[in-house]
Design a protein around this ligand. Sequence first.
Ligand code: SF4
Ligand code: SF4
Length: 433
Amino acid sequence: MSEFIEKIKAAGIVGAGGAGFPTHMKLDCKAETLIINAIECEPLLRTDRYVCETYADSIVKAVQAMKEAVQAEKAVIAIKEHYTDAVAALKKAVSGTDIELYLSESFYPAGDEQNLVFSITGKTVPTGGIPLDVGCVVSNVSTALNIAQALEGRPVTDKFVTVSGSVANPVVVSCPIGTPLNELLKAAGGAEGDCTFIVGGPLMGRITDDLSEPVTKTTGGLLAIPKGHRLLSKKNESAREATLARAVCCQCSMCTQMCPRNAMGLDVQPHKAMRAFASGNEKLLGSLNGIFSCCDCGLCTYYACNFGLHPSKAMQRVKTALQKDGIKAVKQVKNSPDPGFSNKRVPTGRLLARLDLTQYDRPASFAGRVIPDEVRIPLRMHIGGPDKPVVRPGDSVSRGQVIAVPEGMGAVIHASVCGVVTDVGNEIRIRRT
Ligand code: SF4
Ligand code: SF4
């Protein structure tokens, strides 16, 4: 293992923008193209652009080290062109280097990893594959920032999070990992009205009413959405879903026609999943393999279907059932990319209007570091099993000290504050001193 990979491993870095894949494993490879994803795929979130505006030089330093480590011919930082301050900061930071900027239009899901690979290289990541299958490695920009800090010997202890939606003042904050969400909400001046909360972005985030839940290494946003808002009813599972699919889905196939993964040449056909779901006849599913390429972006549900149906949920339901039955995806790109691919892009503004969220698309200023009295650090913040704690109740710990280590696939966990360990279970509680 190279010294570079050792440093990333020791710092406990996982993908900051996704499912938490350990970064030391992802970067232990050779690739032609390194792509840094600063697109911030989900509307309303402002974290990536803040990180780029503020830490452009550190990010570029990390990208140079990453490029060298994976022996890439090309390194590209992808960002939306209308993030003007962030673009200006990055342009200045990359000048005199061989790192390129890719300026994207604002559409959804521009920041989907496979969409980005396709937009930058013209290559389709196969069903059942990863970007490395087409010579690419993709890392989130906050992951790059964590790498910059790891190269200086600093582990992951903090997270940047956007707090927005129906709040007094949308903000970006930094906070120790394990900070309860309600502390973040306070930094935004609290929720306005009776709200339900989404952890993550409006489309792919999940609903929670438990604001004592802690921030993890992958938390990117907290949104307050007034109860009764149509986004919430769309996100909540409907007991009438099957009945509606049966009665209303006219098999117009608009969900499939607008599916970005389908447009890249993958055999993703949500209208067939709806057909099978409505009839209860799985023979009508069509190609099973294509189902594995659905990234759950939700575009078919939140935008394409004019009848308000939930094709993305039908896809996820089938995908889970296939996985449960032990069926694995076969690496394949079924079709040629749709020549009309770029015409099918849904502008973010139109998506927000459709979801009745335009009023919440507001700037978010940086509100500093939120420091709670107690943190609850989950032992599972990454792909793989939970880490094994190496501290006990009563132990004093300092910020950055190792408190849990992976037993298999995973990443080291560090204390995010100085304090005393008060409890060790599925999470480690530390009371600040
Ligand atoms: S789910 Fe909606 S968009 Fe898809 S085929 Fe049915 S009616 Fe058409
Ligand atoms: S959620 Fe819908 S639009 Fe998105 S990839 Fe899956 S089928 Fe396609």
